[in-house]
Design a protein around this ligand. Sequence first.
Ligand code: ZN
Ligand code: ZN
Length: 459
Amino acid sequence: MQCTTWKFYAGTNTIGGNIISMEYGSHRLIFDMGRAFRGDVPSFDERLQPRSAMDLMAVGLAPDIAGIFQGDDRVSSMHTAIAISHCHLDHTGLLPYVRTDLPVFTSTGTHRILQVLDAVADGPRSPLSYRPVEPETWVHFGPFHLQFVPVDHGTPGASAIFIKTPDARLVYTGDLRLHGLHRDETERFITFAREFHPDVLFIEGTRSGDLGDPSENVSEHDVTRGVLEQTVRANAGVYFNVYERHPERLHAFRCAAKAANRELVLDAVTAYMYHHFEGVSDFAVWAEEDARLPEALSRWLRDTGVKQIRPSDVCGLEHVYAAQLPYSRLHYLIDIQPADGGRYLHSDGTPLGPYDPAWANMLRWLDHFGLEFVAMGSSGHATRRDLVNILEAIEPKVCMPIHSLQPWRIGSPRIPRLMPRISHVYSLTDLSGATPPTVSSFESQAPPDEPERTTGSLS
Ligand SMILES: [Zn+2]
Ligand SMILES: [Zn+2]
């Protein structure tokens, strides 16, 4: 007899890169298709590039799933579709390698940002068979019915995915939070998910390491206030580092620049994103001298006539500007020659943290030029406490924590849980074996000695 099964290929104990393949009969739905940072396998970088997905597969950076990647000669008899929760690279990083004839379901918002990123040469750049879906609208692929429900994650289009099959109801949270500017979206998702009565909730657990101290959490409103305070108080240079896939964050810097009577200067790609998502264009951009600029970006710079500033223009006039200075433009400091008392507001741009070798180098640049580093970020992920509340509010039959370095710390003594394991094939019959975790098991920072039930057959 046919039944729904699912299998985890990656992302059960990493931040992102979760790939789950769900099957029913001759159809399979795979979500998401990203790459996680992993320190345990050989990796590629700007100088060492993979030739195809086969190279990624060979070192364990892409799942070994027959028939979904370009250049893979293995034929699969399965009808396959992919669903993507949001645009971040840990959820989309493998899209450039996916076969171009496979349907790729996304929310309309995620589709739009991927298209805009493609235009400025930072997206998947692959002519994929996108199937954009309006929020909260059911679509079907064979026996699968799916729906994208918006959540707040600090990037346009971020959604949870609801899945209905002939015998199961499943919800994948994607990445989400309750301390952003759109808390109402996540709350609405929680209500919908509760009413959906899911058999299984796949829940993200990025912040499983939280210790429960409320000061651990910086809200998006805190960032807005902090940026304003820092900028208004400054009497020398103000530079900042943001993530271009979070265009709404730029509002904080634009408002602060206005309040401090400074001119906002943005990197051209960030400016393009800000303009296309928030409709704003009262800023200057760093002058682009690169002749290989993407056509869409050159045209936009030409058509809008946006003012262009060179680093040498800022030298001696730092108090006039509040300028975005991404890692790739740190050498502008050589031309700017910052005066004493300048600051660098790090607001979730890359490098993201000390695990990235570029982080230490960034700090050396700031130190060399006498700029004070100021952390000014807000996580796109719910606190551990919020995750537990979300889980208890939705009350699925069983939860399976993913997207986490300490997944055992995500759970509730009220909700049965199965700890997902790579390559096990799960079905609804496994759910009856799930038990709620004990408080001691999910309060521990160390993995539990006794593995919890991970029923399912190896395949
Ligand atoms: Zn993620
Ligand atoms: Zn994300």
